[in-house]
Design a protein around this ligand. Structure first.
Ligand code: 2BA
Length: 109
């Protein structure tokens, strides 16, 4: 069994959850925050048998798209301004960042 952890954009999370439920996968959605943009994203926890991992990855790919986002840098408060960029910068946020982890034990009580 594997645990798939997928960080996706909030805009895709409802569609992805629908896709997973439709494909009969169980998933848990967690509210998360990206360290770089400091804005909300969504992390899915999906526990599946090994042979179904590729099917889940397919559902994720089908329902998540990458987008350009602007990041407004926060001005440093009396700190070092050497690397400070005073205008918004555009970053491409991926459709999904996915980790596939082995599960040692799975129990439900
Ligand atoms: P954030 O950390 O808010 O990053 C959003 C986007 O900003 C990233 O998109 C990337 O394009 C850019 N970015 C991140 N760090 C950067 C840096 N040091 N310099 C320049 N640009 C940078 P994605 O790579 O698609 O990541 C989307 C979200 O997935 C991330 O949001 C974070 O929440 C999560 N993530 C990505 N890689 C991760 C990792 N190795 N471990 C844990 N979470 C990760």
């Amino acid at each position: 069994m594997k645990l798939i952890m997928a960080v996706v954009q909030d805009d895709d999370s409802a569609r992805l959850m629908e896709g997973l439920v439709e494909a009969k996968f169980r998933a848990t959605k967690l509210a998360s925050t990206g360290g770089f943009l400091r804005s909300g994203n969504t992390t899915f926890m999906i526990g599946v048998d090994d042979e179904k991992v590729d099917k889940v990855l397919h559902v994720i790919r089908e329902n998540c798209q990458s987008r350009e986002q602007f990041m407004s840098p926060i001005s440093p408060m009396g700190g070092n301004t050497d690397s400070y960029v005073p205008y918004p910068i555009e970053v491409e946020v991926g459709g999904a960042t996915v980790f596939v982890l082995p599960i040692e034990k799975f129990v439900q009580y």
